[in-house]
Design a protein around this ligand. Structure first.
Ligand code: ACO
Length: 377
């Protein structure tokens, strides 16, 4: 990437107020705090409140991220929303969030399971590297609780609801994403899926009778895939960035199971305290998991300007996505905001858009008249 380095300039989160502990769950399914804590590292999770929707939560996190970047919604060039639990099948929840924020830019939803936000971050960095856009809001949001079978102890104890967002801006200061890996293995589709409700198997009476509208997971299979993927993808991506695992200041792994993270740390020969972990408080929040951990790491001062961070998420698909990036969490340089090449290209593009739109508006009646004349002849 020769210009337009992607820099994270704003961050925000929204977590529902309602805390549900393992003991609370032991009252509704046959489980215990001891089992959940020892097998997963989860102690509690947040579940949506009465007024929380995927769009409201995503917009709340987005608003906080914009405020911390010192931007207005109108400054955004693009909004990318990663989620597997949109408000509706249609429309795209990204457009709902764009409307709630009062932004006037393109917006699209990205579905890549728990890896969605990392996929979104790499996509944003490509728009920036290409010089197409300068300010992109990348949101990871999930109300996965609506898709859980609350009678199935093998899945309902694992997940939580949350939203987190980052503003990614173009900068001429070298940094941002140094290396990335995007992966997919659709042969594992049925290891983690919702059987009914899509075009392959629309909702029917059988859906309700057999509880096929809820998430099903082959836990041990996904566990093996996750252990394999987390350390190997991190290792490949760190080396691709020209670094070694011990040079990474902070690892931010997908918070699916603490045992998966511990195994990855052992395999990479990196001390566990170099891995950011907040699964104890939130459980697996799917596409919100990595950005939520990143936002909290920044808030706690564990991730600072110039730090090297490696993030890896994996999930339904099966998918995975890994990035190694150099943090630039501060203000953009004055040189960038006033006279940079990226800025000049951006302004030139905006100017050419205006000229084109005006010319099109002026020429259209003329074109219509000529076309009509030709038809009459
Ligand atoms: N409470 C008590 N006992 C339980 C519970 C529970 N909540 N859940 C399962 N058990 C029981 C099982 O019934 C089984 O009992 P049995 O031996 O009598 O049959 C026993 O515990 C062991 O079950 P396993 O499934 O083998 O337990 P395991 O140690 O593999 O842990 C877990 C299960 C935590 C789900 C683990 O497999 C795991 O973390 N898998 C990966 C999940 C994951 O990473 N998902 C990410 C996907 S991200 C996304 O895209 C949404």
């Amino acid at each position: 990437m020769s210009e337009g380095y992607a820099r994270i300039t704003g961050w925000g989160k929204y977590v529902p107020a309602r805390v549900v502990t393992n003991d609370d769950l032991a009252k509704i399914v046959d489980t215990s705090d001891e089992w959940i804590t020892s097998r997963t590292g989860i102690r509690e999770r947040r579940l949506r409140g009465e007024n929380d929707t995927t769009s409201s939560m995503g917009a709340a996190a987005g608003r906080e991220a914009l405020a911390s970047a010192g931007l207005r919604p109108a400054d955004l060039d693009l909004i990318i929303v990663a989620t597997s639990s949109p408000d509706y099948l249609l429309p795209s929840v990204a457009s709902q969030i764009q409307h709630l924020l009062g932004a006037a830019c393109g917006a699209f939803t990205m579905v890549a399971g728990c890896a969605g936000w990392v996929y979104g971050l790499t996509t944003a960095s490509q728009f920036i590297a290409a010089g197409t856009y300068n300010r992109i809001l990348v949101i990871g949001v999930e109300i996965i609780s609506f898709a859980l079978d609350w009678t199935d102890r093998t899945t309902c104890v694992l997940f939580g609801d949350a939203a987190a967002a980052t503003v990614v801006e173009a900068s001429e200061e070298p940094g941002g994403i140094l290396a990335m890996e995007l992966g997919s293995d659709g042969s594992g589709a049925h290891a983690l899926y919702v059987p009914d409700g899509g075009s392959a198997s629309p909702i029917s009476q059988r859906t309700i009778d057999e509880r096929r509208q809820y998430l099903r997971m082959d836990g041990p299979d996904v566990f093996k895939f996750a252990v394999r993927t987390l350390s190997s993808s991190l290792k490949r991506t760190v080396y691709q960035a020209g670094l070694t695992p011990d040079e990474i200041d902070l690892y931010i792994p997908h918070q699916a199971n603490k045992r998966i993270i511990e195994t990855a740390a052992r395999q990479l020969r990196v001390p566990l305290d170099r891995f950011y972990i907040n699964i104890d408080r939130y459980g697996n929040t799917s596409a919100a998991s990595v950005p939520l951990a990143m936002v909290e790491a920044i808030e706690e001062g564990r991730l600072k300007d110039g730090d090297l961070v490696a993030m890896c998420a994996f999930g339904a698909g099966l998918t995975w996505a890994t990035v190694v990036m150099q943090m630039g969490t501060g203000e953009l340089s004055a040189a960038y905001s006033l006279f940079s090449v990226a800025r000049a290209r951006f302004l030139a593009r905006r100017a050419s858009d205006v000229v084109f739109d005006t010319a099109q508006g002026a020429l259209l009646p003329l074109y219509t008249r000529i076309y009509g004349l030709r038809k009459r002849l």
